[in-house]
Design a protein around this ligand. Structure first.
Ligand SMILES: *Cc1c(COP(=O)(O)O)cnc(C)c1O
Length: 413
């Protein structure tokens, strides 16, 4: 294999059709940002969009803006736009609440649709909040529901006649490994179970076709690859096929068939609106829509091609520059099974990442020993990947990561 060089990386960037997007982000001087899988960076258009929403829509429009500025329909108009990123047709996606709360609503709806079944299957290594919410729901229902946790390989065998729902994160938050959405959904349906996908690391990161895969339910996150800002609203998907029978327990007034009739009894709205609960966060959605609209402008095929190419560059540079330093690749080598991040295990992972961040290369660490690098094709260049890996090699060569200051842990890791 030919030796990778900075010049070769820069040459890849010269041919990049997505290159103009980089300038649309506020990226601080001296920082290489490889953590957009945890918190996407700020699009330059967002502050102005927010200023306009605050001063004109809120300040001048006041309460009239619920109708005049389209606030009341924003969860659905923005949901439809997110739908275009995840293969979900109009009227199947709403922006609402947090991912965690949406897990609760979606799982509760799934269990209600499979009343004779008592098992939720998921991966033991799934993102903990998904598992915690399932545990809380089971405890609240108090009808003997069981959360059956298995490895990814054991999922097919775990799907028996007692399973109500299979809940999986499409792209593993630790390793970046991606499930075959269509095949897994088919297996869930063959067992009579409903399929709930968590798209936290998929929306805006990899091609997704929820309708095409026949998925029943999905949830996803606004502040990761969609660049919606810290704590951005989440979204949820309910397939057309189950919308009429779908009922979720957080039956707030904005999920009512006629909220402004102010009736004493709850009646679910038609369509996806019944998946929503209360008054949406308009300012947060105005920020999120900047990120979503920007993503929609980028050609999908180019996004995926560059994401995979960045990962190839990353892995090749790591193999070349940090051989023998104890890094173990966790991300599948097979491109078809990869999300938009690369991960390595290293026993010194936490301190190494802190030392790397101190040098301006921002990735993140996940317990117990995982270094994660998010590769967002809208703003990460091959040149950045090269520089990041060279910096990591320097952190290892110098031994600086062993300094005591890099072992101290903050509240957020
Ligand atoms: C980031 C993430 C979440 C986050 O949930 P919040 O309610 O936004 O805190 C949930 N699930 C997965 C798989 C995630 O990666």
């Amino acid at each position: 294999m030919t030796r990778l060089t900075r010049e070769a990386c820069a040459a890849l960037d010269a041919d990049d059709p997505l290159a103009p997007f980089r300038d649309e982000f506020h990226l601080p001087e001296g920082v290489i940002y490889l953590d957009g899988n945890s918190l996407g960076p700020l699009p330059k258009a967002t502050p102005e969009r927010l200023r306009q929403a605050v001063e004109q829509e809120w300040g001048t429009g006041l309460i009239r803006s619920w109708n005049d500025a389209g606030w009341i329909d924003l969860p659905f108009s923005l949901g439809d736009r997110i739908g275009r990123l995840i293969g979900a047709g109009p009227g199947t996606v709403a922006v609402a609440d947090s991912t965690s709360v949406n897990v609760f609503k979606q799982l509760a709806a799934a269990l209600a649709l499979r009343p004779g079944r008592r098992v939720i299957v998921s991966e033991a290594t799934n993102f903990p909040t998904d598992l915690y919410m399932a545990q809380g729901l089971a405890a609240l229902l108090d009808r003997g529901h069981e959360l059956r946790l298995v490895s990814a390989e054991e999922v097919p065998a775990a799907l028996g006649p007692d399973v109500a729902a299979l809940m999986l994160t499409h792209v593993d938050y630790r390793t970046g490994a991606m499930h075959d959405m269509a095949a897994v959904t088919r297996a869930a349906h063959a067992a009579g179970a409903l399929m709930l996908w968590d798209l936290a690391h998929s929306a805006g990161a990899v091609p997704v076709d929820l309708d095409g895969a026949g998925a029943d339910l999905a949830i996803g996150c606004g502040y990761k690859f969609l660049n919606g800002g810290p704590g951005a609203p989440a979204f949820l998907y309910v397939s057309k096929a189950i919308q009429e029978t779908y009922r979720q327990p957080l039956t707030g007034w904005l999920g009512h068939a006629d909220p402004f009739a102010f009736e004493p009894g709850y009646r679910p709205a038609a369509g996806i609106a019944r998946a929503t609960t209360g008054t949406p966060s308009i300012l947060a959605m105005r920020a999120l829509e900047v990120g979503v609209d920007q993503m929609l402008r980028a050609p999908k095929a180019a996004l995926r091609a560059k994401s995979l190419a960045l990962a190839e560059t990353f892995m090749a540079a790591m193999a070349q520059e940090t051989a023998g330093q104890g890094f173990r690749l966790l991300t599948p080598a097979d491109a078809a099974r990869r999300g938009s991040q690369v991960s390595y295990a290293h026993e010194g992972g936490y301190a190494i990442m802190q030392a790397l961040i101190a040098r301006g290369v921002i990735g993140d660490f996940r317990a117990p020993d995982i270094l994660r690098f998010g590769l967002c094709p809208l703003y990460v260049r091959h040149e950045d990947v090269w520089d990041a890996v060279r910096t990591l090699a320097e952190v290892m060569r110098s031994g600086e990561w062993r300094e005591a200051r890099f072992a101290r842990r903050g509240k957020v890791t």
